[in-house]
Design a protein. Structure first.
Length: 318
């Protein structure tokens, strides 16, 4: 299977929006293949795209189909991906193998961020990002999401980091990698299902315009990496903390008992928690991603507006 030169196929809609300087928001697909139960996953994938569109930005779902990486998927492809039972979970380093072997899979935050930034997309909305696992001191298990965020100019809007991970260690690694971490509306870093992880950050931000200014300053300084925006749920919408703590402990035990390792750990724990909360954790999960899609669209609009301003301010420069 031959692949296009730049390593991905850009949809016409997304290409048009990018060349016009219109707002675009990238969306990942591991959440479709491994993060949500079927058949909610397809409905959710459509809904995330709709939410971005209603927010005034063009959605660009990114995934690998038969060895071709797509930036911007049409409805048929999205349906095929969501229905592919043995779809792979593809991090950045897996992309070249999938391309060579013609396989199909969902792209993780790392893989999506890489492809999006190569395509010129600056804003990416997701659920939770990967991070440092709780036993990383002995297993070295740290998601490639962190390293890629340290190297790609992209702003990722997330619900923070799930408590299945070591959140404190994840924040430390983001600091080491010079990833700017912002929390929307507060300085309390969220733990995805929970509004407050118990960790705080130095920089709360309150508007999308402010985030776009941070992006512009990142460019001016030549910082190589990205920005992580954590967008906490309001307390009334979070998962019941007592239920959360119980399930987390049981899920971690179950993973250990089943000797789950490496890239299987995150999907295993997510499935375990989804299964054992009935619909409660799935509903919270969906609300988080919707909320991130809304904020992502807003940031993408601020970014476009700021850029239009730059272009007017420096018409013939260079
Ligand atoms: N965390 C979540 N939901 C997810 C994932 C992480 O709360 O769906 C997915 C994302 O695609 C993320 C990936 O990039 O898992 C991280 O996997 P790993 O820890 O194996 O790098
Ligand atoms: Mn891992």
């Amino acid at each position: 299977m031959s692949s296009p030169r730049q390593g991905f196929v850009l949809s016409e809609t997304v290409a048009g929006a990018l060349s016009d300087g219109d707002p675009v928001v990238a969306l990942e697909s591991t959440i479709i293949t491994h993060g949500l139960p079927r058949p909610e996953n397809l409905q959710a994938a459509f809904e995330f795209e709709r939410t971005v569109a209603e927010g005034g930005a063009v959605p660009a779902t990114i995934a690998m189909l038969d060895g071709v990486a797509y930036v911007g998927l049409d409805a048929d492809s999205l349906e095929r991906l969501a229905g592919t039972e043995n779809a792979l979970k593809l991090s950045a380093r897996d992309l070249p193998v999938a391309m060579a072997q013609g396989t199909t899979g969902g792209t993780t935050v790392a893989a999506t961020a890489l492809l999006a930034s190569r395509a010129g997309i600056r804003v990416f909305a997701t659920g939770g990002i990967g991070g440092v696992h709780r036993d990383a001191a002995s297993t070295f298990d740290e998601s490639a999401d962190l390293g890629i965020l340290g190297r790609c100019r992209i702003t990722v809007i997330s619900g923070g980091v799930k408590s299945i991970l070591d959140i404190g260690a994840t924040l430390e690694r983001l600091e080491s990698l010079s990833v700017t971490v912002l929390v929307f509306g507060t300085n309390r870093f969220p733990a995805f299902w929970l509004t407050d992880s118990g960790h705080s950050v130095d920089f709360p931000v309150t508007t999308a315009d402010e985030i776009a200014q941070v992006m512009a300053a990142t460019d001016m300084l030549g910082l190589p990496g990205g920005i992580l925006v954590a967008n906490p749920l309001p307390e009334a919408a979070q998962l019941d903390p007592a239920l959360h703590d119980r399930l987390l402990a049981a899920g971690l035990e179950a993973a250990k008992a089943a000797s789950i390792r490496g890239k299987e750990i995150t999907p295993f724990l997510l499935a375990y928690i989804h299964e054992h909360t009935g619909q409660a954790s799935v509903a919270v999960n969906l609300e988080i991603v919707r909320s991130n899609c809304r904020l992502g669209a807003e940031i993408a609009r601020s970014w476009s507006a700021l850029h239009a301003g730059f272009d007017r301010a420096q018409p013939a420069a260079g």
